[in-house]
Ligand binder design. Structure first.
Ligand code: PHE
Length: 442
């Protein structure tokens, strides 16, 4: 059977944006920005996303489109079977991250319903503590995975492309509407000030930790190191400029993160809720508190959590596709049963995380601090130093001019980006060891 492809280039870009825009943008990005000095951090992040994230996403696109194979076989197809292990690391990381990402997806499902009924309005903190882990969380983790499996089973064009073409615009429209509405809240001004006021002291005091952090965040947010972008690019046909698509994804992804901040902070400050938390508590407790106190809070809560749900789904879809792509490239297996079988395995891997938050945190810590930077490092080393000229050739397609930009890209990958990733990995390992987070929580 012929390998599937995207129907349109826009479809590919939207699917890639759908993968990139996720929980990382909505609950991580705004809070880290505020914590690390507001507008100043935004500038650092933007520089990191453009100078490190963009070259790196381009590198994954090159591997995908040039090989037109799944993440494991791509390296052999490009003539370097010795590097296959890199793809295996990516595949494994994708499995790993989806197993607990889906647990969060389950929480979000519950909060969509809980906003409609006002279930958490009485005591948001106690409500979250009650639902975060346990058999209910397990069941909703299963429900979330079932939706992901359903979309992936329909295929690249009829499932992923069609779904994300609908999902990405709806995320933007609803977030924009919420951000505009937030302007009208009394007390919103303090939220903008907190989010955007440059805090240079904070910035310089933390610079050493902040730069690798911004780089790591850019990788996670751009879905790098999990084989997702390699897999999506492998369904590309034609010779359009990959750099242009990469730039579109980076800018779009950053804009959604910034936009999320324009929703979150006015809301929190208008209700006098402390923004002093990031991660699960920020969204499921902080914002939930704001919704519980606002007029029309139910409606707003539903709108907000639907956005989070859609964003999480379109990212999860890309993660499952990494493994599905590998199996159907190699075996005479149908897409639907493959998606179902793999989805069920990922569900099982996520069982501990859904029952006990200590497992959840362990999975998350290893992702951020180890798998992600390691896998990005290996892919970049491959593209920069092994693929070299072939990569240049791929990047030059669809562009005019003397190709100097492509050469600049290659050297950026070889030196700047590699050094940045090494820094991120070192910091990650250090915090794994220092926090003792490396051992599983038995
Ligand atoms: N980029 C997604 C987010 O920001 C997470 C993700 C990482 C998705 C890796 C796919 C692959 O939430």
């Amino acid at each position: 059977m012929a390998r599937e492809t995207w129907a349109t280039r826009v479809g590919f870009v939207l699917a890639a944006v759908g993968s990139a825009v996720g929980l990382g943008n909505i609950w991580q990005f705004p809070f880290k920005t505020a914590e690390f000095g507001g507008a100043t951090f935004l500038v650092v992040y933007l520089v990191a996303a453009l100078s490190v994230g963009l070259p790196a996403i381009l590198a994954e696109f090159v591997v995908g489109r040039r090989s037109k194979r799944n993440v494991v076989d791509a390296f052999g197809a490009l003539g370097h079977p010795g590097w296959t292990l890199v793809g295996v690391v990516g595949l494994f990381s994708g499995f790993w991250i989806l197993s607990y990402y889906s647990v969060v997806g389950g929480w979000v499902l519950r909060y969509v319903a809980g906003s409609a009924t006002g279930a958490y309005f009485g005591d948001p903190a106690a409500y979250f503590a009650g639902i975060a882990a346990g058999t209910d969380a397990l069941a909703l983790h299963g429900a979330f995975m079932a939706i992901v499996v359903g979309v992936v089973a329909l295929g690249v064009e009829d499932g992923i492309e069609r779904a994300t073409k609908l999902m990405v615009p709806s995320i933007v429209v609803v977030l924009l509407a919420l951000a505009l509405w937030a302007v009208t809240l009394p007390g919103a001004g303090a939220g903008y000030a907190y989010y955007l006021a440059p805090d240079l002291d904070e910035l310089f005091a933390n610079l050493g930790e902040l730069v690798p952090y911004a780089v790591g965040q850019a990788f996670f947010s751009l879905s790098l190191g999990m084989g997702a972008m390699i897999t999506y690019a492998s369904y590309l046909d034609g010779d359009d400029s990959l750099a242009r698509d990469g730039l579109a994804v980076v800018l779009f992804n950053t804009s959604v993160g910034v936009l999320a901040g324009f929703v979150v902070f006015p809301l929190l400050f208008a209700q006098g809720v402390s923004p002093d938390q990031s991660g699960p508590g920020a969204v499921f407790v902080g914002l939930a508190t704001a919704f519980s106190e606002l007029p029309a809070g139910r409606l707003l809560g539903v709108a907000f959590f639907v956005v989070v749900l859609v964003a999480a789904l379109s990212s999860a879809i890309s993660l499952l596709e990494v493994a599905v792509s590998y199996v159907i490239d190699n075996h005479d297996a149908g897409r639907a049963p493959t998606a179902l079988g793999l989805g069920a395995s990922i569900f099982l891997l996520g069982v501990p995380s859904s029952l006990d938050l200590a497992w959840f945190e362990w999975f998350d810590a290893l992702t951020y601090n180890l798998y992600l930077p390691l896998s990005v490092l290996l892919v970049l080393a491959f593209v920069g130093w092994v693929l070299g000229g072939d990569a240049l050739d791929e990047v030059r397609k669809g562009t005019s001019g003397d190709g100097f930009a492509a050469l600049a890209w290659l050297w950026t990958v070889r030196v700047v980006v590699l050094l940045a990733v090494v820094g991120t990995l070192a910091l990650g390992l250090q915090s794994l060891v220092l926090d003792g987070a490396i051992a599983p929580p038995f």
